[in-house]
Design a protein around this ligand. Sequence first.
Ligand SMILES: *[C@@H]1O[C@H](CO)[C@@H](O)[C@H](O)[C@H]1NC(C)=O
Ligand SMILES: *[C@@H]1O[C@H](CO)[C@@H](O)[C@H](O)[C@H]1NC(C)=O
Ligand SMILES: *[C@@H]1O[C@H](CO)[C@@H](O)[C@H](O)[C@H]1NC(C)=O
Ligand SMILES: *[C@@H]1O[C@H](CO)[C@@H](O)[C@H](O)[C@H]1NC(C)=O
Length: 378
Amino acid sequence: MSCFVYLAVFTLVLCGNVFAQDPEIVDEIWPEVQPLGRTGRLNCTVAKLGNNMVEWYHEDSAQTISIAETIDVQLNPMMGGLKKYEVRVRRKDDRQTHMLIVRRLRQQDAGTYICKIRVVGKPENRWTKKKGQLTVQVAPTIRDGPTTAVLEVSNGANSSLRCQATGIPYPNITWTRSDGGLLPLVNPVAQYRSPELPLVNVNVHHMGVYRCVADNNIKPPAEHLAELRVFHAPITRVVQNSVGQAQNRRFSAKLECIVQGHPEPTLTFKRRAGIEILAISDDDKFEVNKQTTDNQNLKAMEQWYTLKVKNVQANDYTDYYCVANNVFGSANSTIKLFETTECQGSNCPSLPPSRACSTAASVFVTVFVGILSYLYCS
Ligand SMILES: *[C@@H]1O[C@H](CO)[C@@H](O)[C@H](O)[C@H]1NC(C)=O
Ligand SMILES: *[C@@H]1O[C@H](CO)[C@@H](O)[C@H](O)[C@H]1NC(C)=O
Ligand SMILES: *[C@@H]1O[C@H](CO)[C@@H](O)[C@H](O)[C@H]1NC(C)=O
Ligand SMILES: *[C@@H]1O[C@H](CO)[C@@H](O)[C@H](O)[C@H]1NC(C)=O
């Protein structure tokens, strides 16, 4: 290409007239692509410049940046010891490369830069010009407004989760389930690339946290979590459907129940007393707790409740119910408390290693265990 230009220039020179002196922009102005904050360099190589001057012009902001090596913009602040704009000229034979340097790139520095040769004695529309592109890459950002934070839908409904992002180049947006499961699409897959995740015939199994990641290869990628809640009647399950404990030794029993529902159900523990079923309230005998810490064993929207039956007595051996209610309905599970001869559970006193070889020692151990049981089980 440049050989061809040379040849053309050469031919013109041979023909021997005034056009032979016309300056030219040889080569393309190669596009420059740099991340935000970095330095961009555009090169304009000219031949036969003579006493004409090279101008750099930013089309997007409609301003002349430089003429020859002089910066023409109003503001050319120092940035880390160097100016925002600079032009460096390298000369080789009859060629000059005018390199425009733009430091600390901002988004508004992007766009089209025109290298113009201001040909003396010619109107601007007859100047030699060439365009170059400066792209400023921007890491992705998720736009909170149009992005779903929490989506609440009825069972069986159709809806979608949305994730809107900006970034240059425009990022790829990928959905996954944060528990690593498959996405509830017509053909379930682990990931789905689109700003919108369609949800068809939503059911309780679709509830949970969904993650969208916007990535355009400019670090760091942006990430967002969206939660899908499906309105439904409560579902209850127990950790163990029967729990044993010994009586009359100040041991307590722990009955556990896991509840799911949306809106969040109210939970009541009940117990059977003969033919009656009585509600249990937090008192000296019973303690109800809702586990607040995130539990690995819990699925989306599940709550873990425990009922502690303190100081288990003979009349505590019966059926217990955890009953959950919300506007969509109610559910219950049963846990049986039964009698054992030994202490059960993690809070039982453990025997210290017995190396008793004298009567005194074994008496000591017996007393010690007694004290321990008292301390642990009360
Ligand atoms: C312009 O030239 C400089 C120095 O040779 C080089 O570092 C830079 O990458 C060039 N710019 C483009 C867009 O090719
Ligand atoms: C949801 O979409 C599916 C498939 O397009 C359709 O069969 C179903 O009737 C829709 N459900 C509702 C509640 O609109
Ligand atoms: C989006 O993903 C495709 C395929 O993996 C990739 O070729 C393309 O470069 C990505 N786009 C961006 C902006 O990262
Ligand atoms: C548990 O649910 C069953 C079936 O819905 C119901 O018949 C029973 O009365 C409920 N038990 C309690 C204690 O609420």
